[in-house]
Design a binder for this molecule. Structure first.
Ligand code: ADP
Ligand code: MG
Length: 459
């Protein structure tokens, strides 16, 4: 991997780092300007004040002691290693006294000047910077009083250099840090992108790596993985259903086609054709029923559209279903008893709940032998509404109770009765959709199916 790539520079992290680097440089500049102002400028002002005081003093001395007295004082002060500079000249700028050899530059009286001069340091002569003021004395004599400011110049230089260095350091650290952070984030975001790419290429089992630091990217990765788990589960379910449909609908369709083929093979009389068509229609109806059941299960499993939630009057729904099945129960020689409390309501999808109750009644009537009893109950335990359907038939062995909830599962003993094995699957899907608990139990003898809805604030 290259240290700096175009992609890295385009990351928001890198841009943020540049922003911070610029900000720190601005801060450093500000800080140094303040420091510079407070020291260098202050020292320069001090120097000028000192020079002005001295020049005033010398002018006073000239007035009192005359040219000779002034020359003496200047001669005296110019001795030694002091940093003060003096030059007294005649009106033609010919030197009279002082520690400067010549007038350094053309100046106007009262003017401040900066100039370089040669100063002995040890055995060598070194160029130093000086600051001075020019005064004209009565009689046309010129006096220049100055001060060696080489130390100040050096200090200013150092400060400027430090500022440049610290600014450069802030820039390098800012950019370097920004690049490192951007690289770290980019590599982690890349791992998410890589996973997404692999999934798009068809490998649904890939998951985003989690670093274990529990930072925001980890949380994002975990959420993405949960989402992928759910999508994978849904897709697997869908594939299973498709397989089941293909498998379970092929034989009836083949049968149907074979009958039509046989019928068409030779000239038949009208009655034979009519019988064949009737049988075909009956089988088509069965196929349609299976399709409808699958569609309903699909609807129930796809989750609830919150806006389609309704208050369902369980009492009325169950009473309707029982009424619907009364003639069939009588015909089958069964007793159908109902024990339904008033005013039982749940939030949900009324059609799906009705269909679940109908499926349970249908099974009870279908699998209970003549002379048996089917009992439907609905009520509340605490605030939890429940529906219960029991019969006195053969029941379902405990080991099979989970399996019969899957699509197309029918017990071996039921092969002779018509059915598609989708009834209980729908009940299970409806239960899941409504957050209800579905239990298959033993009615000794017979089957007990119980649906317990969550206690919900209705109305
Ligand atoms: N009340 C019952 N008594 C005995 N067995 C039952 C009962 N209800 C369901 N079963 C068994 O469970 C299987 C699955 O039921 P279901 O999903 O309704 O499919 P279907 O009724 O179409 O066969 C049935 O084939 C049957 O073997
Ligand atoms: Mg059934």
């Amino acid at each position: 991997m290259r240290l700096v790539s175009a992609r890295l520079i385009r990351t928001s992290w890198f841009r943020m780092a540049i922003g911070y680097a610029v900000l720190s440089i601005a801060l450093v500049t500000m800080l140094f300007s303040l420091l510079y102002w407070n020291t260098a400028v202050f020292v320069a002002e001090q120097t000028e004040e000192t020079i002005e005081a001295e020049i005033t003093g010398l002018a006073e001395h000239y007035r009192q002691a005359g040219l000779f007295g002034l020359t003496e004082v200047i001669q005296e002060r110019a001795q030694g290693q002091r940093l003060s500079l003096y030059l007294l000249t005649d009106p033609n700028r010919g030197p009279i006294a002082g520690n400067l050899n010549s007038w350094p530059a053309a100046t106007q009286p009262g003017e401040w000047i900066d100039f370089d001069y040669q100063r002995p340091v040890g055995s060598r002569m070194v160029e130093h910077r000086a600051h001075a003021q020019h005064l004209v004395l009565p009689g046309g004599f010129h006096l220049l009083v100055g001060y060696d400011v080489q130390d100040q110049v050096r200090l200013e230089q150092r400060m400027r250099q430090s500022m440049i260095w610290i600014g450069a350091l802030a820039l390098v650290l800012g950019l370097g840090g920004g690049l490192l952070i951007a690289r770290h984030w980019l590599s982690r975001v890349d791992s998410v992108n890589k996973t997404a790419g692999e999934i798009m290429d068809g490998d649904m089992s890939r998951r985003v790596p989690v670093s274990g630091t529990d930072d925001e990217l980890d949380r994002l990765a975990r959420n993405l993985n949960d989402m992928l788990d759910r999508i994978e589960a849904l897709m697997t379910g869908l594939r299973q259903v498709t397989d089941n449909i293909a498998h379970d609908l092929r034989s009836p369709l083949n049968r149907l086609r074979a009958r039509l083929e046989v019928t068409l093979m030779s000239e038949q009389d009208k009655e034979v054709y009519r019988d064949a068509l009737n049988e075909t229609m009956a089988e088509t109806d069965e196929l349609l029923k299976t399709f409808n059941a699958l569609l309903l299960i699909g609807e129930a499993e796809s989750g609830l559209d919150r806006s389609k939630l309704e208050t369902v009057d369980l009492t009325a729904r169950i009473a309707d279903a029982v009424e619907l099945y009364e003639p069939a129960a009588e015909e089958a020689g069964l007793v159908l008893e109902a024990d339904i409390a008033w005013d039982i309501v749940v939030r949900g999808n009324p059609n799906l709940i009705s269909q679940a109750v109908v499926n349970l009644l249908d099974n009870a009537l279908k699998y209970t032998p003549k002379g048996g009893t089917v009992h439907v109950r609905a009520g509340k335990t605490g605030d939890q509404p429940f529906i219960e359907v029991t019969d006195s038939g053969p029941g379902i062995p405990e080991a099979e109770r989970a399996r019969v909830l899957n699509r197309f599962v029918r017990l071996e003993s039921s092969r002779s009765t018509p059915g598609s094995g989708l009834g209980l699957s729908l009940v299970a899907a409806v239960a899941k959709l409504h957050g209800a608990k579905l239990t298959l139990g033993d009615n000794a003898p017979g089957l007990q199916v119980r649906l317990e809805f969550p206690a919900a604030a209705v109305r």
